[in-house]
Design a binder for this molecule. Structure first.
Ligand code: PLP
Length: 417
């Protein structure tokens, strides 16, 4: 770091500024976490220099002996962690992993059935602004108006009506467990490939805190940087039957050279995820999320579906007469980072939204527990209902001071003693 600081003080200042931001505030974005120093060390390594198009033992470049070892370890650890027949650890991100799944199973113009974005899906699940909605015919299911959980009868009805080539489960704002067996049965009924985008919850699966989609799905794509707590990247696991299609779709169909430093960091992360400490962490992530969702509800910030089974909850702010955009800005000014989010049947535009999404992966990594979740709920409630987007507003200042005390007791990346 000293050499970087001497050569490029501007970028060095960004690195220290971001570390200060992480240390100084509450990180409640459900898709973020705090990777270990070991993962970050692999990421910042000379493996970044290496071209290694192809797969271990079958490269288009010389000099791949060392990086082959890293990728083989990542593949084997990933397969063991999820009990999968095959793993491809090369996708650069969740969106890249998803693009490869489309490439493996669909021709342009063919039909996919996926969860709609405003009900909790993801941009890459067939929205018009994404390649997935431009190149493929996307049909969307949503949630039931009463339960606010996936409407499985609608999934079945749409599957029978549209006979999709692929049925996709998973999303970015799905607080409840997904019934993979039901999806599998529907996919079998119409002869569709069953794909799970497990980006959000795969870490909980790795730690055994929630059931796995792997025994049910043909293919599971995921990111490695959310609850999983690895580097910012993606991966795919699939059955033996689809191994060749997935590998060809990742390279050469979709990507060029794999990022070997990131693959090494994924290997480190998969090793971390196989430990009892990580399993315990995932159980605490869920317990914390349940307490936080319940406590916010007690403050009038209603959790959709009545709560959560996972690491995240989605909250309806209509009862406190604040928009998602205002809530996000007020929390930001108070040192609390979370995001506005559309709720199912949202009357607001997506960039305003009636909800917020909160997640516990990062604060649980910091060691916070259920008491702290109740404190966080109180601080969010105060910032949202009495606060202001101006950091100098007295409520912003007061909440920020309390946030400061809380995070000082549970530091992110603690300084060496
Ligand atoms: N799929 C889901 C369900 C996600 O939530 C996300 C990211 O939030 C992605 C895919 C895309 O991942 P990335 O941002 O790594 O491209």
């Amino acid at each position: 770091f000293d050499a970087l600081e001497a050569f490029d003080p501007e970028i060095a200042a960004v690195l220290t500024g971001e570390l200060d931001r992480l240390r100084g505030g509450l990180q409640l974005i459900a898709s973020e976490n705090l990777s270990s120093p070991e993962v970050l060390t692999a990421l910042g390594s000379t493996l970044s220099n290496k071209y290694a198009e192809g797969y271990p033992g079958r490269r288009y470049y010389g000099g791949c002996a060392e990086v082959d070892k890293a990728e083989t370890l990542a593949i084997e650890r990933c397969k063991a962690l999820f009990g999968a027949d095959h793993a491809n650890v090369q996708p650069h991100s969740g969106a890249s992993a998803n693009q490869a799944v489309y490439g493996a199973f669909l021709q342009p113009g063919e039909t996919i059935l996926a969860m709609s974005l405003p009900h909790g899906g993801h941009l890459t699940h067939g929205t018009k602004v994404s390649f997935s909605g431009k190149w493929f015919d996307a049909v969307h299911y949503g949630v039931d108006k009463d339960t606010e959980d996936i409407d499985y009868d609608e999934v079945e009805r749409l599957a029978k009506e549209h006979r999709p080539k692929v049925i996709l489960a998973g999303g970015s704002a799905v607080p409840r467990l997904i019934d993979f067996a039901r999806f599998r049965a529907i996919a079998d009924e119409v002869g569709a490939v069953f794909w799970v985008d497990a980006a959000h919850f795969i870490g909980l699966v790795a730690g055994g805190a929630i059931p796995s989609p792997v025994p049910y799905a043909d293919v599971v794509s995921f990111t490695t940087h959310k609850v999983l707590r690895g580097p910012r990247s993606g991966a795919i696991v699939c059955t033996e039957e689809h191994r060749a299609a997935i590998d060809k779709a990742v390279f050469p169909m979709m990507q060029g050279g794999p990022q070997m430093h990131t693959i090494a960091a994924k290997a480190v992360n998969f090793k971390e995820c196989a430990t009892p400490e990580y399993a315990e962490y995932t159980r605490r992530v869920v317990a914390n999320a349940q307490v936080l969702a319940g406590a916010l509800g007690e403050h009038g910030i209603r959790p959709t579906t009545g709560g959560t089974d996972t690491h995240l909850s989605l909250h309806d702010l209509q009862g406190v007469l604040v928009t998602g955009a205002d809530a996000e800005a007020r929390c930001d000014a108070a040192g609390i980072t979370l995001n506005k989010n559309a709720i199912p049947f949202d009357p607001q535009k997506p960039n305003i939204a009636s909800g917020i999404r909160v997640g516990t992966p990062a604060v649980t990594t910091q060691g916070m527990g259920e008491d702290e979740m109740r404190t966080i709920a109180r601080l969010i409630s105060r910032a949202v209902t009495e606060g202001d987007a101006d950091p100098e507003h007295p409520v912003s200042r007061e909440v920020r001071a309390e946030v400061g005390e809380l995070v000082a007791a549970f530091p992110a990346y603690p300084r060496p003693a």
